[in-house]
Ligand binder design. Structure first.
Ligand code: 4AD
Ligand code: MG
Length: 443
């Protein structure tokens, strides 16, 4: 039986089309119809094997000379890699096949014939070639596994915040105020005015607190980062949460619970993908370790990297300390000089903020930054002035403090940073389907 008919998607013959996952779960059906992409091909003697890929997994297809018709055998043998095909045949248990099941094809239709695959071993001379070909290279096993883990992390955040009664909001990405300082702002021409791409939705979250009390957000953030590192993108997705009547302690508990929940979820649902990536992911024990900034400074110094009090923690210091950790940890009590203007300080230590970074273990670096905000008008106005910033630029943000603002705190966590750590990726670019960096805005 060949299947030249029915390209319009109507069901043909007795077998309904199954997803590969459905088939691998059912197993006991005698026959099945599947469709997907030819991820790989091999031939031994009179048998051709195709590794078929669909959105749910991989399935081994075999076509045996003398069992399949000559037509079917020939089309399987000749089908180019990445062609889209529909296959029908007998389902057989086979321990050697991935998933333990093989489909012996007796019907084979090419829905979309592919040209010769351009990403060959000889063509791949450099990492930049792969990035140039990213629209195609994302079909690779590791990319697919990474994206499924990323989706699981984001989905876990949706579930976690919904269960905790946080309202999901959205905020503009065209903005005029710098949340995280002027040096990483992308400027855009906005009808004769200047606007910027948002670095963080935090100020909008703070505005939303009065009506919603607990909010969270998941949207792109932009940073004109002039650094080429394994952890910086110019456009990334950020999960942010902000809560009224929550101090910095409560804020850290929220973050650690969220991270533990996301890891748990990935361990529960994405074992196959972790295996494809060769990632041994450990479930973090709560509470996570808290290391004061000063303590971390000493730890880094003892490992050979020194930095002055007041500086932001250098990447190398962060890396060295985190290499000796198996779970994420907080670095608390950041000096004000290393923080954005809105951070609250301790009454008895006006140079120290009620803020923390959440650092991933094993050298992956910062996952999140959070803190308690200045919630009163005059202290915030004074802080803005003391840092030589124009209060007019923050007028509505200041205004919020005039009309009922309780103590509150929040944090932001980069989705690609979290994915990079959870999936164990060398570079943050792999955690994004189409990464944006200083040198790349295409494909
Ligand atoms: O530490 P950041 O700059 O903190 C804020 O933007 C706060 N306003 C968030 C808040 O309190 N609501 O950014 C937060 C997180 C970082 O910890 C990191 O995970 C991620 O965003 N991030 C980046 N991810 C990829 N590439 C970059 N260039 C990033 N910059 C920040
Ligand atoms: Mg930070």
């Amino acid at each position: 039986m060949t299947m030249s008919e029915g390209r319009d998607g109507r069901e043909k013959g007795a077998e309904h089309s199954l997803s590969i996952r459905e088939l691998l779960t059912l197993r006991s059906v005698p026959r099945a119809r599947v469709r997907g992409w030819v991820a790989g091909k091999a031939g031994v003697g009179g048998v051709v094997f195709v590794m078929l890929r669909d959105g749910s997994g991989y399935l081994q297809i075999s076509a045996k000379k003398g069992v399949a018709s000559q037509d079917v055998f020939n089309s399987v043998r000749e089908v180019p890699r990445e062609s889209v095909v529909e296959v029908v045949g007998a389902v057989r248990e086979d321990k050697r096949a991935p998933g333990g099941v093989e489909l012996a094809a007796d019907g084979f239709e090419v829905i979309s014939r592919a040209e010769p695959w351009p990403i060959t071993k000889t063509a791949v001379q450099s990492r930049s070639y792969l990035l140039e070909m990213r629209h195609l290279s994302i079909r690779g096993r590791k990319s697919i596994a990474t994206m499924k883990i990323r989706a699981e992390v984001m989905g876990a955040c949706f579930d976690y915040f919904r269960d905790k009664g946080f309202t999901l909001i959205s905020a503009p990405t065209f903005v005029q105020a710098a949340v995280e300082g002027g040096s990483t702002l992308f400027e855009v021409a906005y009808f004769g005015k200047k606007a910027y791409l948002s670095q963080s939705a935090q100020f909008y979250e703070e505005a939303a607190l009065a009506g919603l009390e607990k909010v969270w957000i998941c949207q792109p953030a932009f940073r004109a980062e002039k650094s080429r590192t394994a952890k910086h993108l110019t456009e990334f997705w950020m999960i942010e949460a902000e809560r009224a009547f929550a101090d910095q302690e409560a804020n850290m508990r929220l973050q650690e619970e969220l991270v533990a929940f996301a890891v748990e979820r990935v361990l529960e649902r994405r074992q196959d993908e972790l295996a494809i990536l060769g990632r041994k992911l450990l479930r973090p024990e709560l509470p996570l370790e808290r290391i004061a900034y000063d303590e971390l400074r000493e730890m880094a110094a003892s490992k050979g990297t020194q930095f002055a009090y007041g500086e932001d923690i250098p990447t190398e210091a962060e890396r060295l300390v985190s290499l000796s950790r198996e779970a994420p940890f907080f670095v608390t009590e950041f000096p004000l000089s290393a923080r954005s203007f809105y951070h609250m300080t301790y009454d008895d230590r006006p140079e120290v903020t009620k803020s923390a970074d959440l650092i991933a273990p094993e050298g992956y670096g910062e996952l999140a930054t959070g803190g308690q905000r200045i919630s009163e008008y005059y202290p915030l106005l004074q802080r803005i002035k003391s840092q030589d910033m124009p209060p007019e630029a923050f007028s509505w943000y200041l205004d919020l403090r005039k009309y009922g603002m309780p103590y509150h705190s929040g944090f932001g966590m980069g989705v690609e940073r979290a994915t990079r750590w959870i999936a164990g990726l060398k570079n943050i670019r792999s955690a994004s389907l189409f990464p944006r960096t200083m040198t790349r805005v295409s494909p």
